[in-house]
Design a binder for this molecule. Sequence first.
Ligand SMILES: Nc1nc2c(c(=O)[nH]1)N[C@H]1C(S)=C(S)[C@@H](COP(=O)(O)OP(=O)(O)OC[C@H]3O[C@@H](n4cnc5c(N)ncnc54)[C@H](O)[C@@H]3O)O[C@H]1N2
Ligand code: MOO
Length: 417
Amino acid sequence: MSTTVEAHRAWILGALEPLPVRSLPLAEAHGRTLAEEVRARNAIPLWDNSAMDGYALRAADVAGASAETPVELRLTGEVPAGSAEDPAIAPGEAVRIMTGAPLPGDADAVVPVEATQGRRGSGWDAGAWSDGAVRVLRAVGPGANVRRRGEDTPAGGRIAAAGSPLPAARLAALAAAGVERLRVRERPRVVVLATGSELRGPGEALRRGQIPESNSLLIAGLLRELGIDAVEVRRSADDAVSLAGTLRELGERCDAVVTTGGVGPGTHDVVRIAAEQEPGVRAVRVAMRPGQLQCAGRLAGGAFLFALPGNPVSAAVSFELFVRPALLAMQGRSDTGRLRLSARAAEGWRGAPGRLQVLPVVVSQGGDGLLCVPAVNLRGVSHAVGGHGGANGYALVEAERGDVASGEDVPVILVGA
Ligand SMILES: Nc1nc2c(c(=O)[nH]1)N[C@H]1C(S)=C(S)[C@@H](COP(=O)(O)OP(=O)(O)OC[C@H]3O[C@@H](n4cnc5c(N)ncnc54)[C@H](O)[C@@H]3O)O[C@H]1N2
Ligand code: MOO
């Protein structure tokens, strides 16, 4: 059966079940997906406070202040950050205040210390802290250098919707809003299985026909970039009988199995042969290059199988287009795609007529926008594991577009850290 990238991805997403929800303290929720809408418990900021180290005062008192006509105010106290004090400030008075400290109720503005003179012995020093009295050299309006209660986020305001990711910045926002725990989706338990009798581990001697195994590192690393530590990373030889048993066993004790290799039409392509015994799994030819041979679906034991082609670039592209969105969707993520940017091809390349070409590229910042160049030898993209290692993105060339000429704009997605 042949299909398009969109149709195969839609089939996968339609067949997935969301993972269970659990409640976690903020500090343990980094990288997960929110399963609830969260509103601010408290306003940000919590109360009107000073944006500067300086003096809290009544703006009307310094309406006529300038360097030539300084206004002298009597100092009655100090409010450092963390202070609960609310000192009274009568007309003609000011208090020292530090950044983040609550603005006294009688004050309506803050003058930064740089716009004042402090008393030093018998004279006045620009920018020096004063006791007793301060000279203000600049007029400020009401509200100047004051951060208003709730001006960033009001109490009860929405901080994040269900399905949102939880990167560091959002966790910081939730902490600032007084949130302590979150309902999030479980992370999927994923097993990685690299198949192929030719594959050897690190340090193992290679005789003719054998190659260093690289897909398990690739897939485990791509999982980690999604915040998922693979529960197990295995290698197996090409044996259809033992592989069928392995899939049965893994299907019952994890949420997803990602295999590489063995999905072709060859006599030793054992993943396809084993997967044919699984009624929930389907093998398709997808109109993309590389990565056209795809096999995915639910194993009898419950886990979702992603059987990716063995060619290393095909495996990486398949992970990006199908596995990544699926693992995010299992966690309830509302937006599982990547931002598509536009980059100018700094050199042209041959397209893949009739298929979506997903070409590993190096994207860089040019003078007037992004540039991209192929990261791999176009003679053989699917196995170009060496060149792929230098790519930081993929160019997406639509099936009907044909070749890409130097200087043309192409959509790209950025991948990796
Ligand atoms: N008659 C046909 N032959 C092939 C077709 C086809 O349509 N008809 N499709 C080609 C395409 S496209 C792909 S992709 C592969 C399908 O590959 P398999 O999934 O069966 O993968 P293998 O044959 O096991 O390996 C392909 C290639 O990749 C190397 N490999 C595999 N696993 C690893 C690993 N873990 N680390 C490093 N390298 C790995 C393997 O040695 C092979 O060179 O079939 C084409 N043929
Ligand atoms: O399925 Mo292959 O991945 O096009 O190289």
